[in-house]
Design a protein around this ligand. Structure first.
Ligand code: FMN
Length: 204
């Protein structure tokens, strides 16, 4: 599928076929393609919880305002941002350490990352959520490429999900993405219009 088609055919699918599972291999392919998303310092401050079991779906469902797709979609990903992903403990620094082969140069990068993303709560939230948001979009396009439909959700109880899935204070729930296959017996609402180049671009 070419890139235009991926963009044109991705829709937020409200109705998933509950009988049609996603193969484990397909889910792996989607995620391993999506992780090519860019991130600040390549720190990849993100994690995914794949909600698949009946028990986990039942836990998530009321925290989404009872959105039926949680129960119908075979998988819902909780996209989690790491508020402390700028810290030296993040293993994403490891390959840079090898590339630089210079302890001082690595520490300079890490100090820079701390001053950009670690000095206020607002900065760390921006860091975690902007980067994890790019992963989320990549997942939805990668899914379409592999023939899998998706639906992002942020009409959810972020703190409730954080607690229910024991994510802890250093993590922020960014959004949910339901993944599965459109229920062909239902009708998808028409695609809403988009603002265009002239609406959103200001040349300065
Ligand atoms: C971050 C984000 C959060 C969203 N939250 C919800 C939601 O909680 N419930 C819902 O029904 N749709 C949700 N949507 C879907 C949007 O309504 C949908 O993307 C938009 O109407 C455009 O439709 P399209 O994706 O089919 O082009 C969300 C989309 C995004 C990107």
């Amino acid at each position: 599928m070419d890139l235009n088609k991926v963009f044109e055919e991705r829709r937020s699918v409200n109705f998933f076929n509950p009988q049609k599972q996603i193969e484990e291999e397909t889910l792996k392919n989607i995620i391993n393609l999506a992780v090519l998303a860019p991130s600040a310092f390549n720190l990849q401050p993100w994690e995914l919880i794949a909600v698949q079991s009946e028990e986990a779906k039942n836990k998530l469902f009321p925290l989404t305002g009872n959105q039926p797709k949680i129960k119908e979609a075979p998988v819902t990903l909780i996209v989690v941002g790491d508020l402390e992903g700028y810290k030296p403990e993040n293993t994403a620094w490891n390959d840079l350490e090898i590339m630089l082969n210079n302890k001082q140069a690595l520490e300079n990068y890490q100090k820079n990352a701390y001053s950009l993303y670690g000095t206020t709560k607002e900065r760390s939230i921006k860091f975690a959520e902007s980067n994890a948001g790019l992963l989320a979009m990549s997942i939805m396009y990668a899914a379409k490429y592999y023939g899998v439909d998706s639906h992002a959700m942020s009409g959810i109880d972020f703190d409730g999900i954080n607690k229910a899935f024991s994510l802890g204070e250093s993590k922020t729930v960014v959004m949910l993405i339901a993944l599965g296959y459109f229920d062909e017996s239902r009708k998808l609402y028409p695609r809403r219009s988009r603002k265009s180049y002239y609406d959103i671009v200001t040349k300065v």
